[in-house]
Design a binder for this molecule. Structure first.
Ligand SMILES: CC(C)(COP(=O)(O)OP(=O)(O)OC[C@H]1O[C@@H](n2cnc3c(N)ncnc32)[C@H](O)[C@@H]1O)[C@@H](O)C(=O)NCCC(=O)NCCS
Ligand SMILES: Nc1ncnc2c1ncn2[C@@H]1O[C@H](COP(=O)(O)OP(=O)(O)OP(=O)(O)O)[C@@H](O)[C@H]1O
Length: 201
């Protein structure tokens, strides 16, 4: 099965694009969603996080305090690495398991850190969704009611637009509300169906 890695910076529009593929009945695997599942209360990963970071990142209800963790890791690269070392191998394992259970011509694996992490080798082809940094900030600040400062810190911790584009086989520009996303996705869908029939993708 052809595996398409969908990536882009925070707020670039990955979920929006992934939903359009899902509407075409393409299976979508979402690394952000898996990253949330693997740290669910009672999980081994959450216990490792408690041990590595102390109770300051655990909320009163026993779940991961996402806001506290966000503030911590995007202010300190070492803390970010520590968290990723716990979470990423489990996300990777779960992606592999899900891919193995699929029966489809191709699938979309949505991974925000495809360029930054070791997950690039999970996919056969990379689709990048791109927009200007100012647009990312506007969207995330509006959607998550986050302070502009933390959104900038998250963006600064991620690959640059140029680094991502250098790895792209396909590119969607999601710069404005009239980016005609559905049409761009339909065209790529036809390309991926075509490529999936060949053995040399
Ligand atoms: C820091 C956490 C708790 C903040 O949770 P929150 O619910 O606010 O964000 P969510 O998980 O939905 O992520 C939103 C976006 O933040 C960005 N982001 C998340 N983690 C990272 C990271 N380690 N490095 C850079 N950007 C990141 C991505 O663009 C992602 O799409 C959470 O993002 C987390 O646990 N991150 C570490 C795991 C990880 O690297 N996930 C990325 C997918 S493998
Ligand atoms: N072309 C667009 N025009 C206007 N709003 C958009 C457009 N594309 C996405 N958005 C909005 O911007 C926000 C971010 O989009 P989306 O959630 O798809 O991005 P993402 O890359 O998945 O974000 P994250 O990295 O945080 O998971 C959402 O509120 C979405 O509705």
């Amino acid at each position: 099965m052809l595996k398409i890695g969908l990536t882009g910076g925070i707020g670039s529009g990955k979920t929006t694009i992934a939903n359009l593929f899902a509407e075409l009945n393409v299976p979508v695997i979402d690394a952000d969603e898996i990253a949330r599942e693997v740290v669910a209360p009672g999980s081994q990963a959450l216990e490792q996080i408690r041990h590595a970071f102390s109770e300051r990142v655990i909320a009163d209800d026993g779940s991961l305090d996402r806001s506290a963790m966000r503030e911590l890791i995007f202010a300190d690269t070492e803390q970010k690495r520590k968290l990723e070392a716990i979470v990423h191998p489990k996300v990777r394992q779960s992606i592999l398991k899900r891919v193995a259970s699929l029966d489809a011509s191709y699938c979309i694996i949505c991974v925000p850190l495809l360029v930054e992490s070791s997950m690039a080798n999970l996919v056969d082809r990379v689709l990048v969704v791109d927009c200007p940094v100012e647009t990312q900030i506007e969207r995330v600040a509006k959607r998550d009611r986050l302070d502009e400062k933390i959104v900038r810190a998250i963006i600064d911790s991620q690959a640059t637009r140029e680094q991502r584009k250098a790895l792209a086989n396909d590119l969607i520009g999601n710069t404005s509300s009239d980016s005609m996303l559905a049409e761009q996705v339909k065209k790529l869908h036809n390309l991926y169906l075509y490529l999936s029939k060949r053995q040399d993708f």
